[in-house]
Ligand binder design. Structure first.
Ligand code: PFF
Length: 467
């Protein structure tokens, strides 16, 4: 064995002992579901559904979740738990060649890029939560109010910084005392708010039209590009492709059921995404003349208008509805951002052998710099573009359309073909002590369907760009 490997293994052994662990199965499921359920479900999913054919988009999305994202998630779990390391060292430990570490590095880069633009939007939700609480959301001219806010230099930066600080405060407390503890608090609250809001929204006059809009498939809108964005959305929403869930799985116990947990997380995430549609569209359709395909402004422009018009007779209900809605977005964003932060914190801490609190601080500082660039892309830097895209646009595009699918292909190829078959089945069955229904189908999905499926959708889109 070469010197590097021996030193490396000693280092990992030393580090493994003080890495921390999740304390309970419920904690694992809530933290991982917390990573998955985020702005992707409540902000991005309804926006895409509204623009891309309603139920037709939902159908394509569900197929991608089951056949592509789920096997990649299981692969991440296997890689994470069997290595007990951050995503870069996981490949270093398990892979036959050091080249595989590139996939790990790409994941860490993805973790930096996603949270940088994510924290900007999360900052907006924080501002809207504060405004909702103080009765300050403009219902009369929401488009101008939103535009005025995001194009400003300092206010969005302030909220982005505040959001990153909250994320930092959770991550710095470690796995059990930070991520698990706060996920156990925030996730039940989030689910409770969803139930209240869906009840509220469905009881609004005109809600039937919103439901019809959501459930009526319009397949004419499902173009190849929409198919790629449905796949990007599935990966983004389930937090797969950049080693986020592999990092969480490195803190799992030996007796966690990996396949069962992955299935539960996919079910919770998809349910929350679809239910978010049931919260937003019935409300949107209750007001005449409001566009359901409003794009990214749906949540920050359309909904404030809806809140003020629909509840003009009963302002208290409008107040509670809007406050709960933005609080829901904020909570969802926070449970996801801590997981992205953790990919980078775990890597920096273990790679440079520095204490967790320093690595978390370093990572937060990098986020502040990158997040500032993303935030300014709406204001003073909005004309700094490359190929027509701002910094924010590039970070979003590079991760959802490139890093996550490419990461997904290699992660499933790695679990399916590079790991010893016995290690893979041992991880999935916990050394033969667990009966996993459909184990062979799952392994087939990991080895063939996920890499080929993601590869085909991805290459088709790349080829189109070069034509
Ligand atoms: N899944 C999160 C959402 O839907 O908002 C976003 C996300 C979290 C993406 C963690 C990537 C990640 F590693």
């Amino acid at each position: 064995m070469c010197g590097f490997t021996v030193t490396y293994q000693r280092f990992i052994k030393k580090n493994m002992n003080d890495r921390g662990r999740f304390g309970s199965k419920l904690g694992v499921v809530l933290a991982s579901a917390g990573s998955a359920v985020g702005l992707g479900n409540i902000w991005r999913f309804p926006t895409e559904v509204g623009q891309n054919g309603g139920a037709a988009f939902i159908l394509v999305y569900i197929v991608f979740v089951l056949f592509l994202a789920l096997p990649v998630m299981v692969s991440e779990f296997v890689i994470g738990r069997s290595s007990g390391s951050n995503i870069v060292h996981a490949f270093r430990k398990l892979a036959p060649s050091k080249w595989w570490m590139t996939i790990g590095f790409m994941g860490v880069l993805g973790g930096f890029l996603v949270l940088s633009f994510y924290s900007v939007v999360a900052g907006w939700t924080m501002k809207y939560t504060v405004d909702a609480a103080l009765h300050r959301i403009s219902g009369t001219d929401p488009a101008n109010a939103f535009d005025g806010f995001v194009t400003d230099t300092w206010e969005p930066l302030f909220y982005m910084g505040l959001f990153l600080l909250l994320t930092h405060l959770v991550v710095i407390k470690g796995i059990k005392g930070g991520i698990e503890r706060y996920s156990k608090l925030m996730m039940p609250l989030l689910l409770l708010i969803i139930v209240i809001l869906v009840g509220c929204s469905l009881s609004m006059p005109g809600s039937a039209e919103g439901i019809r809009f959501l459930l009526k498939p319009d397949f004419s809108k499902v173009t190849p590009h929409v198919v790629l964005s449905a796949m990007g959305q599935a990966f983004f929403s389930l937090s797969v492709g950049i080693g986020c869930l592999a990092t969480y799985a490195s803190y799992f116990d030996k007796d966690m059921n990996l396949a069962g947990s992955a299935l539960n997380i996919c079910a919770i995430d998809t349910l929350v995404a679809v239910i978010s549609g049931f919260i937003i569209f019935p409300a949107v359709f209750s007001v005449e003349g409001v566009q359901a395909d409003a794009g990214a402004g749906l949540v920050f422009i359309t909904l404030p208008h809806v809140f003020s018009s629909a509840f003009s007779q009963i302002p208290l209900v409008g107040y509670v509805f809007s406050l709960l809605f933005y609080l829901l977005l904020l909570l969802a964003a926070l449970t996801s951002s801590i997981s992205m932060h953790e990919i980078c914190t775990a890597f920096v801490s273990e790679h440079y052998n520095i204490a967790r609190k320093y690595s978390a601080t370093l990572v937060t500082l990098v986020y502040l710099v990158l997040g500032t660039a993303c935030s300014l892309s709406f204001g003073p830097w909005k004309d700094c573009t490359l190929a027509g895209m701002t910094v924010f646009g590039w970070f979003d595009f590079a991760t959802a359309m490139f890093i996550m699918p490419v990461g997904g292909i290699f992660i499933s190829l790695f679990a399916g073909w590079c790991l010893k078959r016995k290690l893979l089945t041992d991880q999935l069955t916990n050394g033969g002590t667990l009966q996993v229904k459909g184990l062979r189908v799952l392994i087939f999905l990991i080895r063939w369907v996920a890499p080929l499926g993601v590869g085909m959708v991805f290459l088709n889109e790349v080829a189109k760009h070069f034509n």
